[in-house]
Design a protein around this ligand. Structure first.
Ligand code: NAP
Length: 329
């Protein structure tokens, strides 16, 4: 095996990498430490990271790890890179990292299709009440085919999809929606691009998107600007039959206002992969038949997770080797 072209420095991992990415990292010659076996709350994970960080040159973390200034200061001045295993990086205090000269990286692009698949699975399941119907059959209740039995939204008969944030994942969702014959409206600077026009996307502002969409799907990052982007006024602006799909970040939605909107019949339903106080879900949502819940599995394809691991490792090793990270944020 070739000698590593750098001084081996310690890389700390908060999780077990998929096999190929783990092999790539092992081949780099860098010693590693891990807090993958720490169970418990995000605060428990953060405390474990604070305890394990001293002396680490790189931290490879997931979106469940809060990597704040305390973690960075615990690591000390040798910490050069925080490589996030995910495209969203709202779990990292990026400003604190940059103040300390630490590079932050993410894994854009490699999870677009998997996340769009999950968003579309939630869309179809919510529109056609698949989870509710499954629960009904399992209940053992008597039934027979009836004209109005479990009727739902006709997705392919020109239903309108509103994509909030037509970025990488938003585009992947738009391609699926176009194939289903949906009318597509979207926000985001790329909604006016020729690529969007080719998919039949109409660029609109958020109020028009909310008022005209049968399904609203969220694909913007969580930032101070998008925190509670969808709250009580936005639900009031939506169709009373509308389905909200959220595979972005939980806090983009005011979850208390969502529960209220569902209880009041302000909107028709919600299909969620992410939660404002993840992993806790607002009490009440779980009791509603028109709510579908998934445990933040947007990118959970086997090959996708390998690619995310490879990209995270590639970024960490690039910085430690003195090169420019491929995916800095
Ligand atoms: P991206 O390519 O950067 O696209 C983000 C889109 O959001 C862009 O269209 C952007 O518009 C728009 N946006 C930014 N700020 C906005 C605002 N204030 N209001 C409305 N739209 C705004 O990102 P991506 O790779 O598609 O990922 C999007 C997000 O999905 C990630 O940040 C992550 O949180 C989430 N995600 C979740 C999972 C999961 O497991 N559930 C998996 C992967 C990603 P402009 O083009 O105008 O900037």
């Amino acid at each position: 095996m070739a000698e590593p072209d750098h001084a081996p420095t310690r890389i700390h991992l908060t999780f077990d990498l998929p096999p190929k990415a783990a092999a790539d990292l092992a081949a780099s010659g860098h010693p590693t430490t891990s807090t993958a076996d720490v169970d418990g709350s995000k605060e428990d994970r953060r405390q474990a990271l604070v305890a394990a960080a001293p002396g680490a040159s790189a931290i490879i973390a997931t979106v469940s790890d809060l990597v704040d200034a305390e973690v960075m200061d615990a690591a000390g001045p040798g910490l050069r890179v925080i490589a996030n295993y995910g495209v969203g990086y709202d779990n990292i205090d990026v400003a604190a990292a940059h103040d300390r000269g630490i590079v932050v990286t993410n894994t854009p692009g490699v999870l677009d299709e998997a996340t769009a698949d999950l968003a579309f699975a939630l869309l179809l399941a919510g529109a056609r009440r698949v989870v509710e119907a499954d629960r009904f059959v399992r209940s053992g209740a008597e039934w027979s085919w009836e004209p109005d039995f479990f009727v739902g939204l006709d997705v392919s008969a020109g239903a309108t999809l509103g994509i909030v944030g037509l970025g990488r994942i938003g585009f992947a969702v738009a391609r699926r929606a176009a194939a289903f014959g949906m009318r597509i409206v979207a926000t985001g600077s790329r909604a006016s691009s020729s690529e969007a026009a080719a998919l039949g996307v109409t660029p609109v502002e958020l109020p028009e998107l909310l008022a005209t969409s049968d399904v609203v799907t969220l694909h913007c990052p969580l930032t101070p600007e998008t925190h509670h982007l969808i709250g009580a006024p936005q639900f009031a602006a939506m169709k009373s039959s509308a389905l909200l799909v959220n595979t972005s970040r939980g806090a983009v939605v005011d979850e208390d206002a969502l529960l209220e909107a569902l209880l009041e019949g302000t909107i028709g339903g919600a299909a969620l992969d992410v939660y404002e106080h993840e992993p806790r879900v607002t009490a009440g949502l779980l009791a509603l038949p028109n709510v579908i819940t998934a445990p933040h599995i947007g990118s959970a394809g086997i090959a996708t997770r390998e690619r995310m691991g490879a990209v995270a490792v590639e970024n960490a090793l690039a910085v430690l080797g003195g090169a420019t990270a491929p995916n800095p944020v």
